[in-house]
Design a protein around this ligand. Sequence first.
Ligand SMILES: [Fe+2]
Length: 228
Amino acid sequence: MGRIFITGDKHRTFVPLFWLAEKENLDATDVLMIAGDAGYVWDQDYPHDIESLQQIFPGTITFVDGNHENHFLLNHTQIETWNGGKVHRIGPRVLHLMRGEIYSIDGKTFFVFGGAKSSDQDRRQEGVSWWKEEEPTPMEIQYGRQQLEHHQSEIQYVITHEAPRFVRKHIQKKKSMEPQYPLPDTLEQWYFEMEKMEQFQMWYFGHMHVDQRITEKLQGVYHQFIKI
Ligand SMILES: [Fe+2]
């Protein structure tokens, strides 16, 4: 049976994956899950990056979308079903895990929700280094909430890019946040609902660039590869 590795923002870098491949005896049954800002789908050259990814990691490479992601390209790839949830097929072994989907991977059930609002938007250019689809729409949030409610007693793991709002109190180098940005509040609500559930194991988020345990069941991931 394959292993599942969870990690944080990679921003189009390959070096950490070489380290992982060197340390672990990876094979085709392993699954990598990146908690957003993977960044490999960035410009028209992305098929080369996807090829490199597949050369380094012999299993299935999956990622939740972050804010630093070419959402236009992502949203124009083919939608398929993988392990019970919808994905964008990026390459033969590379998949984008879509907002609000639920996947059952080797008997473990995951809920994922990508997206976040960039705090460096003023230094970025629309359609080149910034895409408005980074921020989940009210409809996507509603879909996520519905999915979570319907499957609350099955979900064991949650992977998001953005973090529940209270996480910011625990982070040293905080990203600035606009007051009318609903996603962190929504995630906070979802987190406290999930925390009560008996089968629920762990919630991982990226975005903050920390490897930090926040609560017993909530953890920021960045460089670390967590094996579950
Ligand atoms: Fe991010």
